[in-house]
Design a protein around this ligand. Structure first.
Ligand code: NI
Length: 164
């Protein structure tokens, strides 16, 4: 396994539409393992393949007890609404307020090509929406209601320190 370099906002690769995965081979498994390691190292919630420069429909999301691997994912249902904090590993140092559905169900393939469904609430629902948008070249900064101010960011950092 290896850490992959995470592209940042200004990289045009992040604006491209990713292609579906058709081969569930060793190369895909290596990508998934590297993405999981990169996500853990960056302490993120989710990571999409275009963020590491691979224009394929592959996403990993840390759902707490495991890292969920979503290949060729699509949203099949969503309900409710949440308005809250969102960030992106490709937009370091910034957080914004974004409104998302509160419950999201996705359909995706696993690393061997088998289809499965997964439902997420709150943070996980937010991550499903955010990561799937990466596959179509969209970033949350396109729809952010407002960014946190420097003061709010400092408060957030202090709170995180208190928790640690
Ligand atoms: Ni992101």
């Amino acid at each position: 396994m290896a850490l992959r370099n995470i592209l940042t906002e200004e990289d045009p690769t992040l604006r491209k539409v990713s292609r579906p995965v058709t081969k569930f081979d060793d190369r895909l498994h290596e990508l998934l393992d590297d993405m999981a390691e990169t996500l853990e190292d960056a302490r993120g919630v989710g990571l999409a393949a275009p963020q590491v420069g691979i224009l394929r429909r592959v996403v990993v999301v840390d759902v707490g007890e495991e890292i969920l691997e979503l290949i060729n994912p699509e949203i099949i249902s969503e309900s409710g609404e949440q308005t809250g904090l969102e960030g992106c590993l490709s937009v370091p140092g910034k957080y914004g307020i974004v409104t998302r559905p509160n419950v999201v169900k996705v359909r995706a393939q696993d690393r061997f090509g088998a289809w499965y469904e997964a439902e997420g609430e709150e943070l996980i629902a937010r991550a499903f929406c955010h990561e799937l948008e990466h596959l179509d070249g969209h970033l949350y900064v396109d729809k952010v209601e407002r960014f946190l101010t420097q003061e709010e960011l400092e408060e957030l950092a202090n709170e995180a320190e208190d928790e640690a």
